[in-house]
Write a protein that binds this ligand. Structure first.
Ligand SMILES: [Zn+2]
Ligand SMILES: [Zn+2]
Ligand SMILES: [Zn+2]
Length: 469
């Protein structure tokens, strides 16, 4: 795109003008058709032109839809080059940087995420917990950059959100370790990227400048960083920190990557987010509401697993959002957080979930939460009621998630454990409930093998519960 001509037009028309928008939109259509290999550039231009079209024509104008459609069709798809079966690990990686969320600090090893009672603290700052010498040594390449800040008298962890602690680690590592900034990560679409190249767009930063709340938060972070000896003396350093502040908190497409922020979970309790992490390798995958693969974490390992047979040449997709919501809610979430306009997946296009009554589903979930979560502890008899209620949810989950999905597995597993508990409490004669539970066992076992794999801790937890049958 000829940016000189654009500048020239902007000068003549004083910034925004329908003619400038028209020129930009036409150029974008040509550009998008010819530049199929540069997702980051495509994003930069899309965001820029979007601002113009929104100002001069508004989001209801057909030109806006045309812009979004061009953008979507130009996005690179990751197609598999070999046939995959359900349960295959497509790729496996580790996050480039991670931190333990505040609520779990001291319960898990800061380096390997192992849960342990006897964790050893960093003798200097007393802020980091490790399961052993090896983990401490391995983490030192990151921690050495932040240890001094943690030692400061005014450093109190509760003053910071987990995201801000991650920002601190990311920023100081970038500043003090050139190899961290320039290490290249291969994306699945064949391109590669290093942190140094990730630049949040000016437009996003400008939006942030006008958001008082975000700026107050940023200024607070700067003030603390300064107090802890992380020098933010000149505007350039502040600008750089703002870039990473926006990177961690803004919508992924603003940096030309689609989905890089990961929650690592503790499977002992199913879904607690123990750790926040950034990994780039899978950030070129597109979204589908009926994904054929899913990202599953196990400790610090991040796996992309096939959920069904994927023939050669088919696009590999994941879901960016919660899938247990209606099409309109999904579209809203995708648009707001991921810049995905009008999801074109099969499920959305063919209304494959038109038979799912999301309202009834939401009501059941609410009833489950409000009526039983606390009651079960107090009244053991409520387990059977809880069992029959939560079993009503299973058909919904099956319709929502398809044949296999990690969330469906976790739900089936929870349901089977509830049924087992309920049967135990009812202490019915063994022959009455054993066959049903064995069926459950077989189903969950089969799902676990595909969505999580036999090495996953969930497998162990499930087996330990059921082996007592
Ligand atoms: Zn460890
Ligand atoms: Zn330390
Ligand atoms: Zn969709």
């Amino acid at each position: 795109m000829d940016s000189n001509f654009e500048l020239y037009l902007e000068t003549i028309y004083g910034g925004f003008h329908p003619i400038v928008s028209e020129f930009l939109l036409k150029s974008f259509i040509c550009f998008a058709n010819s530049m199929k290999t540069s997702p980051s550039l495509l994003n930069v231009w899309f965001n820029r032109i979007e601002r113009h079209v929104l100002v001069t024509h508004g989001s209801d104008h057909p030109w806006y839809a045309m812009l979004c459609a061009t953008y979507m069709s130009a996005q690179i798809a990751v197609n598999t080059s070999k046939g995959l079966s359900a349960g295959d690990v497509i790729i496996q990686t580790k996050p480039m940087v991670h931190i333990i969320c505040n609520e779990f600090k001291g319960l898990f090893c800061d380096n390997c995420l192992k849960r342990e009672d006897q964790l050893k603290r960093c003798q200097k700052c007393h802020q980091m917990y490790y399961c052993g010498k090896e983990c401490q040594t391995n983490d030192w390449k990151y921690h050495k950059n932040e240890c001094k800040a943690f030692r400061h008298n005014d450093f109190h962890r509760d003053l910071f959100s987990s995201e801000e602690i991650l920002l601190l680690r990311l920023y100081v590592s970038l500043k003090s370790d050139e190899s961290f900034a320039t290490k290249r990560y291969s994306l699945m679409d064949g391109s590669d990227v290093c942190l140094k190249e990730i630049i949040v767009q000016k437009d996003v930063l400008n939006n942030m400048y006008s958001d008082c709340e975000r700026m107050l938060e940023f200024n607070r972070v700067c003030m603390y960083f300064n107090a802890f000896g992380i020098k933010l003396g000149d505007t350039q350093q502040r600008q750089e920190l703002l870039n990473w502040f926006a990177f961690l908190s803004s919508s992924p497409s603003h940096v030309g990557l689609k989905w890089y922020s990961r929650d690592m979970k503790d499977y002992q309790y199913f879904s607690d987010k123990v750790c926040r992490a950034v990994s780039l390798e899978m950030s070129s995958l597109n979204h589908s509401c009926l994904p054929n693969s899913a990202i599953v974490t196990n400790g610090l390992s991040v796996q992309l697993r096939a959920l069904k047979e994927i023939p050669i040449g088919e696009e590999i997709t994941v879901s960016f959002i919660r899938l247990d919501q209606s099409k309109s809610d999904r579209r809203e979430a995708l648009k707001n957080d991921f810049y995905v306009f009008d999801c074109k997946c099969l499920k959305c296009e063919l209304n494959l979930d038109s038979g799912v009554d999301y309202k009834a589903f939401d009501e059941l979930i609410a009833e489950e939460i409000f009526s039983f979560i606390d009651k079960r502890r107090i009244d053991p008899n409520s387990w059977s009621e809880y069992d029959s209620l939560s079993s009503k949810l299973i058909p919904y989950y099956e319709a929502i998630y398809g044949d296999y999905h990690p969330f469906l597995t976790a739900t089936l597993m929870q349901q089977s454990m509830t049924s087992r508990m309920s049967a135990m409490i009812a202490s019915e004669p063994a022959f009455k409930w054993k066959p049903m539970l064995l069926d459950y066992y077989k189903t969950v076992d089969q799902h676990l093998r595909i969505t999580h794999g036999v090495d996953h801790p969930l497998f162990d937890i499930f087996y330990k519960v059921f082996v007592k049958i």
